[in-house]
Design a protein around this ligand. Structure first.
Ligand SMILES: C[S@@+](CC[C@H](N)C(=O)[O-])C[C@H]1O[C@@H](n2cnc3c(N)ncnc32)[C@H](O)[C@@H]1O
Length: 195
C-alpha cells in the first residue's frame, strides 16, 4: 500500500456518523469551502438530488427561510426544512414546469450532481454525462439568476474540453475542481460556473 494512501471509504463512514445519506456530501463541502457558493437565505435548485446529502448540507447553510428544490428520477426521503422534492426526469418538459410552478423566481444557486447509470465503458458514460450537463446548462439559462453560481458534475472524456470551452463562452467564470472526496480512480470532476 502506498505511504500516502487514504482509504476513500472513510468518507462513507464519516458521512453516516454525521447523519448524511451519501459520501457525496464531502464533495459539496469542499466546493463550498473553496468557492463559497451557498450563503444564508439563498434558494437552491438541486438536480440529481437523491438520496439527499447535498440538500441536507445546503439547508444547514441557507437556513429555514430559503427555499430548496430537489429533483431526481429516484424518490428522496423527507428532509427537514423548506425543501420541495420532485421525482422527474430532467429531460422531461414536466421537470421544467414543476420548477417554474413551484419557484417562479430565479435561483442564485443551481447544483447538479447528476450521474448517468454507468456502463463501465468510459467514453459511453462520458457522453451520457455530457448530455445530462448540456440539459442542465440549458435549464440554468432559464432558472439561474444573473451572477448566480452553477455547479456541475461531469465525467471526463473526449468531449470534455469542447464542453468547457462552450461553457466559457456562456458564463463569466468557469473553474474545474476535483474534490479530495472524489475517488482517485473516478474520472469525475466538478465545474463551478458563474453567470
Ligand atoms: C451521485 S447521485 C446524487 C447524489 C446526491 N448529490 C446526494 O448527495 O445525495 C446522482 C443522481 O442523478 C440521478 N439522475 C441521473 N439521471 C437523471 C435524470 N435524467 N433525471 C433526474 N435525475 C437523474 C440519479 O437518479 C442519481 O440519484
Amino acid at each position: 500500500m502506498p505511504k500516502n494512501f487514504v482509504p476513500q471509504d472513510r468518507y462513507l463512514k464519516k458521512a453516516k456518523e454525521l447523519g448524511y445519506r451519501a459520501r457525496s456530501v464531502f464533495k459539496l463541502a469542499e466546493i463550498q469551502d473553496k468557492f463559497k457558493i451557498l450563503k444564508p437565505g439563498m434558494d437552491v435548485l438541486d438536480f440529481g438530488a437523491a438520496p439527499g446529502s447535498w440538500l441536507q448540507y445546503a439547508v444547514k447553510i441557507v437556513g429555514p427561510k430559503a427555499e430548496l428544490i430537489g429533483l431526481d428520477l429516484q424518490s428522496i426521503e423527507h428532509i427537514a426544512g423548506n425543501i420541495k422534492i420532485f421525482v422527474a426526469d430532467i429531460f422531461s418538459p414536466e421537470a421544467e414546469s414543476l420548477i417554474q410552478k413551484n419557484h417562479p423566481a430565479l435561483f442564485p444557486v443551481i447544483l447538479s450532481d447528476l450521474a448517468p447509470a454507468t456502463s463501465g465503458a468510459k467514453e459511453v458514460d462520458h457522453l451520457k454525462s455530457i448530455e445530462l450537463n448540456e440539459r442542465v446548462v440549458s435549464l440554468a439559462e432559464k432558472f439561474l439568476a444573473p451572477h448566480g453560481n452553477l455547479v456541475l458534475k461531469i465525467f471526463q472524456g473526449g468531449d470534455f474540453d469542447g464542453f468547457v470551452k462552450n461553457l466559457k463562452s456562456r458564463f463569466s467564470r468557469v473553474a474545474v475542481f476535483k474534490p479530495k472526496a472524489s475517488r482517485d480512480r473516478s474520472f469525475e470532476v466538478y465545474i463551478i460556473a458563474r453567470k
